[in-house]
Design a protein around this ligand. Structure first.
Ligand SMILES: [Zn+2]
Length: 90
């Protein structure tokens, strides 16, 4: 199986996304929604994540499809999603 090249989705480079990502983090009080840790002093460790991934049909810029995750939880979630995909579960 060939690995797809890891390209940055162009949406993450748009001003709209950057504004929304900042807004979501502020709105959730800089708390990771998975581990509930406070990242207000480590804001660069928090990311706005699509709950339903865009390739699975999730909305791009809809706040209701976004959650605030720290990089650790995000990596865990991504790894799990990839595993599911490899097992052929849609
Ligand atoms: Zn976390």
């Amino acid at each position: 199986m060939r690995k797809a090249p890891k390209a940055v989705d162009p949406i993450y480079l748009t001003p709209e996304w950057k504004v929304l990502a900042r807004y979501i983090k502020q709105l959730r009080g800089y708390v990771c929604e998975m581990c509930s840790k406070d990242f207000s002093k480590l804001q660069h460790k928090l990311i706005a994540d699509h709950i339903v991934e865009r390739k699975d049909g999730g909305a791009d810029l809809d706040p209701s499809n976004l959650q605030c995750l720290c990089t650790w939880c995000h990596n865990r979630k991504t790894a799990q999603a990839q595993k599911m995909r490899c097992q052929g579960v849609d």
